[in-house]
Design a protein. Structure first.
Length: 207
């Protein structure tokens, strides 16, 4: 009789049976709120990365693009083995460390320090990429050039080639979102661990 009523006694005493299911790990409202803010921030990041000033060099092929229309670069310019141009035609042949004077005309080759494309083994494609894929590419050290979060933030906030997008010279349209707003959004996204649109909340909580 004592054995028969042992489960009931355990319940009365507030003890769970040995084989009771473990509580589910469900994100609380604070986690959900931080994720939602980070996803909204990434939408701003995406707008910048997929502006012509950025995505024209973050391409799936080997020919960089030009102008707001994103047409293939003239003179058969190619990425090259290290992203700095084909042998005999490096990017630095035409692109100097700064934009030329306005007197050179609106279509003179623009300039910024270390003008180059991502190397062929880490193309970091931005053009025609959905938000989830773009998000995963940017935060993954295997595809972003080995950068951790600190290095990524430094890159978007301090790199002069990145900054060129806001001062492109000629008649090129600059990135319309202020750089400070872009950096702030990037930091918000990074502070939450870089969640991507479409991530499952329960899976995120169990990582």
């Amino acid at each position: 009789m004592k054995v028969r009523f042992l489960p009931a006694l355990l319940i009365i005493l507030g003890c769970a049976p040995v084989d009771a299911p473990a509580p589910r790990n469900v994100p609380d409202s604070a986690d959900t709120g931080a994720r939602d803010a980070a996803i909204a921030a990434f939408a701003t990041v995406q707008k910048v990365l997929q502006h012509p000033r950025c995505q024209n060099c973050h391409i799936p092929g080997d020919a960089p693009l030009q102008f707001d229309a994103g047409i293939e670069h003239a003179m058969l310019v190619k990425r090259g083995p290290d992203g700095k141009g084909a042998p005999g035609l490096p990017c630095g042949s035409c692109h100097n460390d700064e934009n030329p004077p306005a007197s050179f005309g609106p279509h003179a080759p623009p300039g910024a320090p270390t003008w180059f494309l991502p190397p062929p083994d880490q193309k970091m494609v931005f053009i025609n990429v959905p938000a989830t894929e773009l998000c995963a590419t940017v935060k993954n050290p295997r595809t972003n050039g080995g950068k951790d979060w600190d290095a990524l933030i430094h890159h978007v906030a301090e790199d002069e080639l990145v900054g060129w997008g806001w001062h492109p010279g000629g008649n090129r349209a600059p990135v319309p979102i202020p750089r400070a707003e872009f950096v702030a959004a990037f930091k918000t996204w990074a502070a939450a661990g870089g969640p991507c649109p479409g991530d499952d909340l329960t899976k995120m909580a169990r990582r």
